[in-house]
Design a protein around this ligand. Structure first.
Ligand code: CA
Length: 252
């Protein structure tokens, strides 16, 4: 349980830096992999195997540092490093298709503990849940409705098919705010697990909550720009009723 004084301090610092007097929340933007689905172990393994198949090297651990990038961006980083040039569009499609196919051979990623409860609470409190993912993994995107029924509408979802740059660019979160009804940073918060996703949330101007569901140290997530960190989605869910009113308290 995070001490209340730490939460208050974190909100106060955010408001001061953002030159706003209070959060007026209308939406919560959720990343997908590592936040809603416990899928990152399969993504990192399938990225590693895929790059090996195509003669390149992407260690599993490093895959967590690239989490949130578009597939094309990850492929090009490794391709530049290992081959000295970017991949062609045709190669990118082939490599990403291979990766997606490998991912689908792993056991089905389970919904993250506490995610469904938290989404239901967010929705019940009148806030709009918005999906903001760099993923184009259709097998997971198509499972959102069965695992989290009635939560996300296509109008309130940003996926790799909607964005040009992807995380760590703030573009996906800025688009999420636009889709949420031209929201400003004081109207939305971000829930993220990966350093690049946190960086994107931070750059979008929104209060960004990190959930550390992977192998990286907390410091990496805090240094990426997280305002607050929970060790799991379950703990964020358990703390939500206490957290929400503090987030919306005026600091002036
Ligand atoms: Ca993620």
């Amino acid at each position: 349980m995070i001490e209340e004084s730490i939460i208050r301090q974190s909100v106060a610092s955010y408001l001061a830096e953002s030159h706003i007097s209070r959060l007026d929340l209308k939406a919560v933007m959720f990343d997908m992999d590592g936040v809603l689905f416990d899928s990152m172990k399969y993504h990192s393994a399938s990225w590693h195997e895929t790059m090996k198949h195509f003669g390149m090297n992407l260690p599993r651990e490093e895959a967590y540092m690239h989490e949130g990038r578009t597939g094309a961006s990850t492929i090009n980083i490794v391709s530049r490093r290992d081959r000295g040039h970017e991949a062609t569009q045709e190669e990118i499609e082939k490599i990403y298709a291979y990766k997606a196919q490998l991912f689908n051979q792993y056991p089905e990623a389970q919904p993250m503990e506490g995610a469904k409860e938290l989404l239901n609470k967010v929705k019940a409190s009148g806030l709009i849940p918005i999906l903001v993912t760099g993923s184009g993994q259709k097998s997971l995107l198509s499972r959102l409705e069965s695992n989290f029924p009635g939560i996300f509408t296509p109008e309130h979802a940003v996926t790799s098919f909607d964005v040009k740059y992807g995380k760590p660019d703030p573009e996906p979160y800025l688009m999420g705010m636009k889709k949420g009804g031209n929201l400003s940073p004081q109207n939305a918060i971000v829930v993220e697990n990966a350093p690049l996703g946190i960086e994107a949330g931070h750059k979008s101007g929104c209060f960004t909550i990190a959930v550390n569901t992977g192998p990286l140290p907390d410091e990496v997530l805090m240094e990426a720009g997280a305002n607050l960190l929970y060790p799991s989605m379950e703990q964020l869910n358990n703390d939500w009723e206490r957290l929400l009113p503090i987030l919306q308290t005026s600091m002036i």
